[in-house]
Design a protein around this ligand. Structure first.
Ligand code: W6P
Length: 387
């Protein structure tokens, strides 16, 4: 087992954000394994220290459990590196890690609901509690994505000798795939035809593709399209229920525009938009606007799920791959979701900045120590003078 000083030692190291081209260049499993062993220990330790910075981590079962699992994984990676595990043996360590943390986000959001309750009980304003929690989760989950990427990369290298980055990923092709998956999911919720998805490309043929992890883009686009299908479907349902002529549904329009620097995707639906008073909450992990209006109040049973964590998670994936995600909604009309992606392959994986924050705290502690020492020295001088 590991002691807390070992974890603290690794938590004080800087993680190494990788450039996309470095991930693309990973070939041999031996070298990648060594890189992972070092890097995973640092990244896991930082997340444990980050969790420990929450004052309620000890009293909330879900957070205690998440912490215990992180420590367990830290141990496994450390044991593998101390025991000179072979690349094959390390594959099973990584597979175990993935399995152990597969329900982490659900566990965390559950624990955070409890933390919000504790904080408001202590008299903290709800918005303040939500802000603390959202900013914690944004950092914590961004760091999780970075670990997940390393794990997936290693397993992919081992299994198919090529990594998870597609050097020529075509966003239009991924959009088409996302549209067909999202439509299938939406079809289980609505018993009438759903709108078409039109995809068009603007730019030179040579700018159609960029190096990217296709599964991350697919996830983002599916989340956005599930919301779009949901909005258009709900609007259509309201018209039908009111006995109004349902009319023709406007298609969901995806425009992909590209130059040598960037690719931008606009996912545009005319599903009635988001009311202005809901807009400040759409990036929060703590609100679920659509599920609140669900007849049984249970969000888990609706496939489209309302605004769960899909939007904030999608934005984190966009940031992780060096892009950004913005929603521009026009109430009573529709919503544009803009996804910007950088083409440059020397971009680094997105990392939370709380390392600096941990550092700053260590510096502050040191400063306090120095002041305490100065005060002690002054006290001694005073004492000496008094003598
Ligand atoms: C809506 C609400 C929403 C969120 C995210 C993406 C698209 C849409 N459309 O009406």
């Amino acid at each position: 087992s590991v002691d807390s000083s070992t974890i603290a030692e690794y938590a004080n190291c800087e993680p190494t954000p990788l450039r996309l081209e470095e991930v693309l260049a990973m070939r041999d499993t031996q070298g990648t394994m060594h890189l992972l062993q070092k890097e995973l220990k640092v990244r896991l330790a930082i997340r444990i220290a980050h969790l420990d910075s929450l004052e309620d981590v000890g009293t909330i079962e879900a957070l205690r459990c998440a912490r215990a699992r992180l420590v367990r994984s830290f141990q496994d990676v450390r044991d593998a590196s101390l025991g000179n595990a072979t690349p094959e043996e390390f594959v099973s360590v990584i597979k175990m890690l993935k399995l152990r943390h597969s329900d982490q986000i659900q566990r965390l959001t559950q624990g955070m609901q409890e933390m919000k309750r504790l904080r408001t009980q202590r008299g903290e304003a709800e918005e303040d509690a939500v802000e603390v929690i959202d900013s914690f989760l944004n950092r914590f989950v961004l760091s999780r994505i970075g670990i997940e990427m390393l794990n997936s990369q290693y397993l992919a290298l081992f299994k198919k000798k090529s990594g998870i980055v597609d050097p020529h990923c075509d966003p239009c092709a991924i959009a088409k795939l996302a549209a067909s998956h999202a439509r299938r999911i939406a079809m289980s919720e609505f018993d009438f035809p759903l709108p078409e998805v039109e995809i068009s490309f603007f730019g030179l043929e040579s700018a159609r593709t960029l190096p990217l992890v296709p599964s991350y883009l697919l996830y983002i686009l599916m989340e956005l399209l599930k919301n779009s299908f949901g909005a258009v479907g709900e609007k259509q349902k309201r018209l039908l229920q009111a006995g109004l002529p349902a009319g023709q549904m406007d298609p969901i329009v995806i425009r992909v525009a590209s130059d040598e620097a960037q690719v931008v995707l606009d996912i545009f639906d005319r599903g009635g938009g988001i009311p202005f008073q809901h807009q400040p909450h759409i990036w929060s992990y703590m609100y679920s606007t659509r599920s609140r209006s669900a007849p049984d109040g249970n969000e888990a049973c609706t496939p489209l799920g309302g605004f769960g964590v899909g939007l904030p998670l999608s934005r984190l994936y966009a940031e992780y791959i060096g892009g950004s995600l913005h929603l521009m909604s026009m109430p009573n009309f529709g919503t544009h979701a803009f996804l910007f992606l950088q083409r440059c392959s020397s971009r680094k994986e997105g990392m939370p900045t709380y390392v600096n924050w941990l550092r700053k705290r260590a510096l502050l502690d040191e400063l306090h120590d120095m002041e305490a020492r100065k005060r002690a020295a002054a006290d001694i001088e005073d004492y000496a003078e008094a003598l």
